[in-house]
Design a protein around this ligand. Structure first.
Ligand code: SAH
Length: 354
């Protein structure tokens, strides 16, 4: 279903194909849809009147039937390490968060796919908010548009990385594969050359493991997949991640084996290290065994502690020992550095107060 604002269709909810259908419904030829697409995602375009290659009369018809939304005045917090957290207020008053993670050669944007989250992972603050609602495609792509505009306006000397968003991860608030339809539409807009024109290899969707939806993502999009694994046995994973009751580790890993990855691409397994819970050498060995035959890399995430939750991060020594075992088993293993934690922008810390 396509969302409407004031009975007008928000064109940013539409993939290019849907936009073509929309203009055809207004009695226009298909190419007008593609023409509009190429205006919608240009910086500084806020009014149909600016779309100068459309006939005046058609611009008027468009304005009567459609609109295109933007995020305005985000709440911006800057971390000491250069991360920037954006809080966007939605039309119905909910807030969502988006995090820009700059590095010298790239700007990774971590975007949200839902308000809150239904998955109730025991260690994650977003989970404690509960699920409020899915984001629309427009609300997903507008996060990218707003941060693109922020980077355009930011003084060069403030920039650590490039002046544009280079990489996109669906790792903010929410479970993207509980909102697959809208996530797929957002992906098609983001990848479309007349849309935001980002390459699929620079886009990653992260999931806690909604197995049937992984299949759909693999069939309908061509993006990198990240899996929040976080445990090697069902008993531990059941207590940490209730979704595991529905889709066990073995089912999840089988779905990963089936996931169509392109040559040279690998699935990324995310594994939060929680002191005393999933961080022993033995668990590292089991992990190495379980991931055999899956082209993958492993991202170890030292737990970002929060006063609201009981979990602790292991010692540096424990983390390195865990990494070492996986390295010896010939995996590419990275320890994800915690970024933006002084402004609660790090993994698992996104949670709005309302
Ligand atoms: N729902 C999706 C997308 C969220 S990604 C998913 O589960 O993959 C956010 C990542 O941060 C997930 O891997 C999540 O498990 C992890 N995370 C959650 N809380 C965390 C915390 N306190 N410290 C470190 N990582 C955390």
């Amino acid at each position: 279903m396509i969302e409407q604002r004031n009975n007008k269709t928000d064109l940013k909810n539409l993939s290019q194909d849907q936009l073509v259908e929309f203009v055809e419904g207004l009695g226009q030829p298909a190419f007008r849809g593609r023409q509009i697409m190429s205006w919608l995602y240009r910086p500084g375009i806020t009014d149909f009147e600016q779309m100068t290659d459309l006939a005046k009369i058609f611009r008027k018809v468009l304005a009567e039937n459609a609109c295109f939304s933007h995020f305005h005045n985000p709440v911006i917090e800057r971390a000491e390490d250069g991360c920037v957290k954006f809080g966007f207020k939605l039309d119905d008053g909910f807030m969502i968060e988006t995090v820009l993670i700059p590095e010298p050669d790239r700007n990774t944007l971590c975007i949200s796919s839902q308000v809150g989250c239904a998955m109730k992972c025991a260690f994650c603050l977003t989970g404690t908010m509960g699920f409020k609602r899915n984001l629309t495609p427009a609300e997903i792509v507008n996060q990218v548009c707003a941060v693109r505009d922020f980077l355009i306006n930011e003084p060069r000397e403030n920039l650590i990385g490039p002046d544009r968003v280079t990489n996109l991860v669906y790792m903010g608030m929410g479970e993207p594969l509980n909102n697959t339809e809208n996530v797929l539409t957002s992906l098609s807009i983001i990848q479309e050359q007349k849309g935001l024109d980002m390459a699929s290899r620079r886009i990653t969707v992260s999931t806690c493991g909604i197995v049937p939806q992984m299949k759909r993502l693999g069939e309908e999009a061509n993006v990198n997949l990240a899996i929040s694994l976080h445990a090697v046995d069902d008993e531990t994973r059941n207590t940490l991640m209730p979704v595991n009751h529905k889709y066990s580790i073995d089912e999840l890993l089988e779905a990963c084996r089936q996931y169509p990855i392109q040559k040279r691409k690998r699935i990324m397994f995310e594994y939060i290290l929680l002191a005393g819970i999933n961080d022993t050498d033995n668990e590292a060995r089991i992990l190495a065994k379980k991931l055999r035959n899956i082209p993958c890399k492993i991202n170890l995430i030292p737990y970002n502690e929060s006063p609201e939750l009981p979990y602790k991060s292991p010692s540096k020594k424990r983390i390195l020992s865990f990494q070492n075992i996986l390295r010896e088993a010939k995996y590419s293993v990275f320890i994800r550095s915690s970024r933006g934690s002084d402004i609660s922008a790090a993994c698992g810390q996104l949670a709005s107060k309302n």
